[in-house]
Design a protein around this ligand. Structure first.
Ligand code: FES
Ligand code: FE2
Length: 382
């Protein structure tokens, strides 16, 4: 993130901390509970927001190599993401043009494949969606192969993430959609290495997102984890259309008062912690050399959601083995907190298979026991 932006955020938070206040809206907003419980509202959110706006499907670094792919279902839409030989990320419905079977297996979920053979009758498609082969094609008469490829969806890579629109034919200018929030991200976000991903389950998607948009709960819910080093209820807020940036404030912010501003490094020194909310359900936390992305998506009922958490970090020049001990304190604690929550809730859930990287937090509840050396890049998952 640009140094001037960091310093400006730190200035505001220093001022809030001094005055024991936080960013305030002009008035109190009461939200009717129906917006969380009403099934029609929830259905409209799924259809109009998650299926028709650009949402983050994965990190760019998850598709780092040519020929890689990811198959996943988001709000009931089977999605296939590929990186082709030109380096372009493509998004398709993971639906065969013949009889609708999934051409890429979600059991394997991700890997490397230049072509996909449908498991039903073996029609074959390349990773640009083109129909290549039809067994016994002479029995079909004339088939317009160009019209029977995989159905393409809009896909754009921005800020180290892949944005997709899940409805075929809907086109949205991604840069216009993101607007000013892009200005907070440096080029370095586009050059990170994928570390790992896991998916956890939660309640209503808005409840999950809401919890990330305030620091009011730090001193109670996180009194033993985050509160010892972060201030409760002291945040800066910047709105960009439907998106916003919430910047949290570390207790160490006071120390900046005695340092000339040109020497400030608020993110590097863990004085501030920006978190980005890309409407509707993506939360991005930037660290000194890493990025944590939470892709919150409605589940199959209003009371269910999934949170696909993915991590990328700057490449370490001298080692293929990554240890959390090298990560900044704030980053380490946040990762361990997420891992602890995940392990508590789903101790036997398998982490996703990945051809060259795996994240294998040990399924042990104690934070102490989450051994920091469990981040590995040393071979395929087994
Ligand atoms: S459904 Fe895919 S080949 Fe028949
Ligand atoms: Fe929290």
């Amino acid at each position: 993130m640009d140094q001037a932006i960091q310093n400006q955020l730190a200035q505001r938070l220093l001022d809030y901390a001094k005055r024991k206040t936080t960013a305030m809206a002009s008035d109190v907003l009461e939200v009717p509970v129906d917006s969380y419980l009403d099934r029609d509202v929830w259905q409209a959110e799924v259809e109009k927001l998650f299926k028709r706006l650009p949402i983050v499907a994965c990190l760019s670094s998850e598709l780092a190599e040519f020929g890689t792919y990811i198959a996943q279902t988001i709000v009931g839409v089977p999605l296939l993401l590929t990186r082709d030989a030109d380096g372009t990320v493509n998004a398709f419905l993971n639906v065969c043009a013949h009889r609708g079977a999934q051409v890429a297996s979600e059991t394997l979920c991700a890997g490397k494949a230049g072509r996909f053979t449908c498991p039903y009758h073996a029609w074959t498609f390349d990773n640009k969606g083109k129909l290549l082969g039809i067994p016994d094609s002479e029995l079909f008469g004339t088939v317009d192969r160009a019209a029977h490829g995989l159905t393409r969806l809009q896909a754009d890579e921005r800020l180290g993430m892949v944005f997709v629109v899940l409805t075929p034919g809907v086109a949205i200018d991604i840069d216009e959609y993101l607007g000013g929030i892009s200005g907070f991200f440096g080029k370095e976000c586009e050059d990170l290495d994928f570390v790992g991903t896991r998916t956890v389950k939660g309640g209503h998607w808005k409840i999950v997102v809401d919890g990330h948009l305030e620091s009011y709960h730090f001193s109670t819910l996180h009194r033993n984890s985050i509160a010892p080093f972060m201030m409760s209820n002291c945040s800066a807020s910047d709105q960009f259309g439907p998106h916003n940036v919430i910047t949290f404030c570390a207790r160490s912010i006071d120390s900046l008062a005695s340092v000339p501003e040109e020497e400030w490094r608020p993110i590097d020194h863990d004085h501030i912690q920006p978190q980005f909310h890309f409407f509707p359900g993506t939360l991005v936390t930037l660290f000194r050399d890493a990025m944590l992305v939470q892709m919150v998506r409605p589940g199959s009922t209003p009371g269910e959601s999934t949170n696909r958490i993915a991590v990328a970090r700057a490449q370490h020049p001298t080692s293929t083995r990554r240890s959390c001990t090298r990560l900044p304190t704030l980053w380490r604690r946040k990762i361990m907190r997420l891992a602890t929550i995940s392990c508590k809730a789903w101790p036997r859930e398998r982490t996703r298979r990945w051809s060259s990287v795996r994240m294998s937090f040990r399924p042990i509840i104690s934070t102490k026991a989450l051994i920091v050396s469990s981040w590995r890049t040393d071979g395929p998952s087994r």
